[in-house]
Design a protein around this ligand. Structure first.
Ligand code: ATP
Ligand code: MG
Length: 222
């Protein structure tokens, strides 16, 4: 299955009082291997767009095909399977579990993917080594630095070899040194063929991408 992402007329309105039109009808294709950034003011709809692309949320209307397969109107099981096999996620707040070691956190990230238990440990170790964390593998993330935690989060997101990595403010909590480390890692992953979609407030982070999307008041433009 390919991992081309194709939104056609996708909109999202949150059922608040009054309803919030967070994303106006949007049509957009992200090809395999692309490095795309998404910028825009706070509240403009960036996370809404990312959550829809990542199958973490469903549009109110429109069609969303992943590798040609329609995901809107299909079963939740189909969306879960696509997400588990093709997608990885990195968020600003890391979402690492305390009380588990770094390598356990990375293994847990593959729980819904295609890899068997034994393979998961090896993949987790590989990913942490790649992020320069071989020496912190058995540490609790709550005792790691912000930059280290973000690298564990990236290791967790990419350990199972997803095809698309979605990042929401991946450098939001990092200083400039750690930001450049994370950017170098993302660039390397993209060079290996991973599709990247990166939401960011930071113009320098956005400029790393090959294609920049801008979201203003729920409208996406190139
Ligand atoms: N679950 C929700 N229910 C109702 N409204 C929501 C919900 N989530 C987001 N919104 C609203 O939808 C709009 C878009 O929100 P979104 O989180 O996509 O913005 P954003 O561009 O990611 O902002 P930020 O840069 O601050 O993260 C905002 O007006 C927000 O208040
Ligand atoms: Mg957001």
């Amino acid at each position: 299955m390919s991992a081309v992402l194709a939104l056609a007329g996708v909109a999202r309105t949150y059922p608040d009082v009054p309803p919030v039109k967070a994303l106006h009808p949007t049509s957009l294709v992200i090809s395999e291997g692309e490095y795309v950034s998404v910028t825009g003011p706070s509240g403009s709809g960036k996370s809404t767009l990312l959550n829809l692309l990542g199958l973490l949320d469903l549009p109110t209307s429109g069609s969303y095909r992943v590798g040609g397969v329609e995901t809107v109107g299909g079963s939740q099981a189909l969306r879960n399977a696509i997400r588990g096999q093709l997608f990885g996620f990195v968020f600003q707040a890391f979402h690492l579990l305390p009380g588990r070691t770094a390598v356990e956190n990375v293994e847990l990230g593959m729980a819904y993917g295609p890899h068997r238990r034994k393979a998961r440990r090896r993949l987790a170790v590989d990913a942490l080594e790649r992020m320069g964390l071989a020496h912190r593998m058995h540490a609790d993330p709550s005792r790691m630095s912000g930059g280290e935690r973000q690298r564990v989060a990236i290791a967790r997101a990419v350990a199972g070899h997803p095809r698309v990595l979605f990042c929401d403010e991946p450098t939001g909590n990092l200083d400039s040194g750690n930001t450049s480390n994370v950017l170098a890692l993302l660039r390397e992953l993209n060079a290996d063929g991973l599709t990247l979609v990166v939401v960011t407030h930071d113009a320098d982070v956005a400029a790393e991408a090959d294609r920049c999307l801008r979201v203003v008041d729920g409208s996406v433009s190139a």
